[in-house]
Design a protein around this ligand. Structure first.
Ligand code: F6P
Length: 320
């Protein structure tokens, strides 16, 4: 291939810019041309497309968000939207497309693949919920942002001998809560992938109190329920001076961590290697520290991301 396109879609994630930079710089290094598509699949259908040069991706590696902008665009789930998108790609002479995003974006890339258009997916979402990779771009930065919040909340929780319910993003996945919770020494972690019993949560808080613990931090994944609802249910089992903190979109912004920048650079470079050899219909990932490419249709139709539940058990043992 000589001319490729790139877009970011769905919820933005720190490190997306580093991935766009890597794709652009590597492609130009290989003698190819790169076209950036603004606003994800919405911009693709609208033809909001421009050529990217070396300088366009300068001073971007350290920035959060995505300078190509992003959008949620359910219309791309329709055949009509997909064919319009392919028409635009052909109009610009773009022979293959790099799609950076999460689950919805991968489904867009899969649809293009099913129409015979070569697309390569790069996993970019804070949720870490994509099959075919151990880690997604943005996850490491997100858990470090949550960790920073937990350390701060612990200070005030201790001062007032309070229980805090900290609600974190993650959609249907508990990875952010799990990893940040373990790193932050959370007293309990509540995730969609593991049952919990509110009575037992209350008993653990009381046990901590009885042995003189001054703080209690419960990290709650949004996929279970909202923080306020959780606190109201907990109150039925006792008064733990509970406060709720909903971290929300704060967790999605900020400068990407070194790990996310390196991951994004590796993924971007590899995406170009694949398209240069006319290989599409793939999604890139990292498995056991090795960069891999898997069939995107097989991944989405037959696999589901699973969190590392050994961390859940470990946290129960460590947070007594
Ligand atoms: O998928 C990323 C994510 O931040 C989820 O964690 C969250 O549930 C969702 O996006 C929020 O979406 P929006 O920014 O469209 O409200």
């Amino acid at each position: 291939m000589k001319r490729i396109g790139i877009l970011t879609s769905g919820g933005d994630a720190p490190g997306m810019n580093a991935a766009i930079r890597a794709v652009t710089r590597k492609a130009i290094y290989e003698g190819m041309e790169v076209y950036g598509i603004n606003y994800g699949f919405a911009g693709l259908v609208a033809g909001d497309i421009r050529r990217l040069d070396l300088a366009d991706v300068g001073d971007k590696i350290q920035r959060g968000g995505t300078f190509l902008y992003s959008a949620r665009y359910p219309e791309f789930a329709t055949q009509e939207g997909q064919l319009k998108g392919i028409e635009q790609l052909k109009k610009f002479g773009i022979e293959g497309l790099v799609v950076i995003g999460g689950d919805g974006s991968y489904h867009g890339a899969m649809a293009l693949t099913k129409h015979g258009y070569p697309a390569v997916g790069i996993p970019g979402t804070i949720d870490n919920d994509i099959p075919g990779t151990d880690y997604t771009i943005g996850f490491d930065t997100a858990i470090n942002t949550v960790l920073d919040a937990l350390d701060r909340i612990r200070d005030t929780a201790t001062s007032h001998v309070r229980t805090f319910v900290i609600e974190v993003m993650g959609r249907g996945a508990g990875d952010i809560a799990l990893w940040a919770g373990v790193a932050g020494g959370a007293d309990d972690i509540i995730i969609p992938e593991h049952d919990f019993d509110m009575k037992e949560v209350a008993e653990r808080i009381q046990q901590g109190r009885d042995r003189g613990k001054k703080h209690c931090l419960i990290v709650l994944a949004e996929g279970v329920m909202g923080g306020n609802e959780f606190a109201a249910k907990l109150a039925e089992y006792g008064d733990f001076h509970t406060r709720v903190s909903i971290l929300g979109h704060i967790v999605r912004g900020g400068s990407p961590s070194a790990r996310d920048r390196v991951l994004a650079s590796k993924f971007g470079g590899y995406a170009v290697d694949l398209l240069k050899e006319n290989k599409g219909g793939l999604c890139i990932g990292i498995e056991n520290e090795q960069i891999v490419a898997r069939d995107i249709i097989d991944m989405l139709e037959n696999y589901k991301h699973k969190p590392d539940l050994s961390l859940y058990q470990l946290n129960r043992e460590l947070s007594v």
